[in-house]
Design a protein around this ligand. Sequence first.
Ligand SMILES: Nc1nc2c(ncn2[C@@H]2O[C@H](COP(=O)(O)OP(=O)(O)O)[C@@H](O)[C@H]2O)c(=O)[nH]1
Ligand SMILES: [Mg+2]
Length: 232
Amino acid sequence: MKEREIFSGLRAPPPIFVRVDGRGFKKAIHGLGFKKPYDRAFASAMADCTSMFFEKSGFNTVLAYLFSDEINLFFTDIPFKARVEKIDSVIASFFASALTIQLELITPISFDTRIVPIAANDVTKYLSWRQNEAWNNCVASYGYYILLKQGLKPHDAAARLKNMKQGEIHELTFQNGVNLGKTPCWQRRGIMVYGKASNNHAANKKIIQNWNIPLFKTTEGRMLIEMLIGTI
Ligand SMILES: Nc1nc2c(ncn2[C@@H]2O[C@H](COP(=O)(O)OP(=O)(O)O)[C@@H](O)[C@H]2O)c(=O)[nH]1
Ligand SMILES: [Mg+2]
């Protein structure tokens, strides 16, 4: 019967990103009392899960970038002979377990994962794409909750937002007391987690959560990434 395990030979040679996303988190975290659209406690729990991943998963993670319910993990080497089934299932279950611990949940939650092969010199491009998504997400979710506050039904708020240009959403939030450009950096740009070798000893890595990251498309952002992936 072993020969029926027909997917076990599928491999994803590094370098790769693994993108982890909470499944149906709109519903899953509803009722836990998190502030909308952003709650620092939720972001903190996600960042702490990511720190736990660095410390306790046994994976050798180069860097992580997260926002909302999404975590991007970059690897240049991978255990399990890089078997896709192992990578996806172990990482997804690690995060589900970690978040359950962090939030003391009593209802099961799940994450999905996907593997994205990315050459080292395209890491910045990939991260800029995700960071742009974080920013679009920030604009849209503030706009959405302001429309709800104005009395629109969720369905109508979503439809209205779809027809608005970014500039119009900025104007709408501004008129309602939210200057999107002045919202906390972690909401606009996301959060990074990475290891910092202390005492010149790679095994002795201190895990850093950086809540004040640059834009990846700037020189400062590129330099941070290049420093972490060791190309400078
Ligand atoms: N209240 C609250 N909800 C959040 C926060 N961050 C993420 N979420 C929720 O997580 C969802 C993540 O989006 P997405 O993955 O597209 O939708 P999903 O299919 O419901 O997981 C958002 O729509 C929010 O409902 C937060 O800080 N506070
Ligand atoms: Mg999700």
